[in-house]
Design a binder for this molecule. Structure first.
Ligand SMILES: [Zn+2]
Length: 276
């Protein structure tokens, strides 16, 4: 396949690099939620900074051999994240050491300050994070949404635009059902033990859809770097590129109603509005 190309992006004032800051909870969130958009932004010359609030040390382990005796899952997952970030073209990964599983309650002022500091330091023209429902009411994801919302809001009229990564209901259900139909009992009928219908949101529709189909091979490759999470029983291990393009080839965002100072945010240039 020819290398995908991106349309030229209108430049901001000055020579500062165009930057997007993504704030997520665990290694793998970035690839599943918006790996295609990150790769597309990177190819367009946008500097993508990923802030990962934890090392995901309390996550599942698909194969105990990936975390041999004496090793810790957080270290292994940080390594997986570094591999995925390289594939997606992420310029810098900021891994924080907040406690996986307690992101909603612990270190609240510190986490808030870290996001504020990153916005000051990198001057992003857009910030990406989870929506209010944390994709499937995952409390860590909801905590990251809350901290990021509050941090962005603290900039008032000077805030960068804030986008929530979201997913229409039914996408993960379609993936799981289709993969199970072709693979039989070898693959889970859930996603990390979570009911497929729990993923996505119907009440708050997306406002922006970004076509990432040419970037799906990299999104899939990045997802599969997270070997402790995407083992042989996970549906992600079983979908081919055509299937991934069909189900994961468009990424959805909802823009927060917070006021912002950026006139022509980069995401709006890449995406198409979603009729509501
Ligand atoms: Zn997560």
């Amino acid at each position: 396949m020819d290398a995908p190309t991106s349309p030229p992006l209108s430049s901001l004032d000055g020579d500062a690099p165009r930057t997007v800051l993504a704030v997520f909870a665990h290694p793998d969130d970035e690839s599943l939620m918006c790996g295609g958009t990150i790769a597309r932004l990177s190819d367009a010359g946008v500097r993508v900074i990923l802030m990962c609030a934890s090392r995901g040390e309390r996550g599942s382990v698909s194969d105990p051999a990936l975390v041999p005796d004496g090793d810790d899952l957080g270290r292994v997952r940080s390594g997986e994240l570094a591999e995925a970030a390289a594939i997606l073209g992420i310029a810098e990964v900021i891994t924080l050491d907040h406690a996986d599983g307690d992101l909603r309650w612990r270190d609240v002022p510190q986490f808030h300050a870290e996001i504020v500091d990153a916005i000051v330091r990198y001057q992003p023209e857009a910030v990406l994070t989870f929506a209010e429902n944390g994709l499937y009411w995952h409390l860590d994801h909801i905590g990251v949404h809350e901290r990021t919302f509050t941090a962005v809001k603290s900039f008032g009229a000077e805030a960068p635009p804030l986008y929530y990564v979201t997913m229409p209901k039914g996408i993960i259900r379609d993936v799981v059902d289709a993969v199970h139909a072709k693979s039989g009992e070898a693959v889970d009928t859930s996603f990390w033990g979570i009911e497929p219908d729990a993923f996505g949101e119907a009440e708050m529709p997306p406002s922006l859809a970004i076509d990432v189909r040419p970037w799906v091979p990299r999104k899939l490759a990045a997802l599969r770097c997270h070997r402790t999470q995407m083992g042989t029983h996970n549906p992600i291990a079983w979908i081919d590129e055509d299937e991934a393009r069909r189900w994961l080839g468009v990424e959805f965002f909802r823009r927060s109603p917070l006021p912002c100072a950026v006139r022509d945010p980069v995401l709006e240039q890449l995406g198409a509005p979603v009729a509501t």
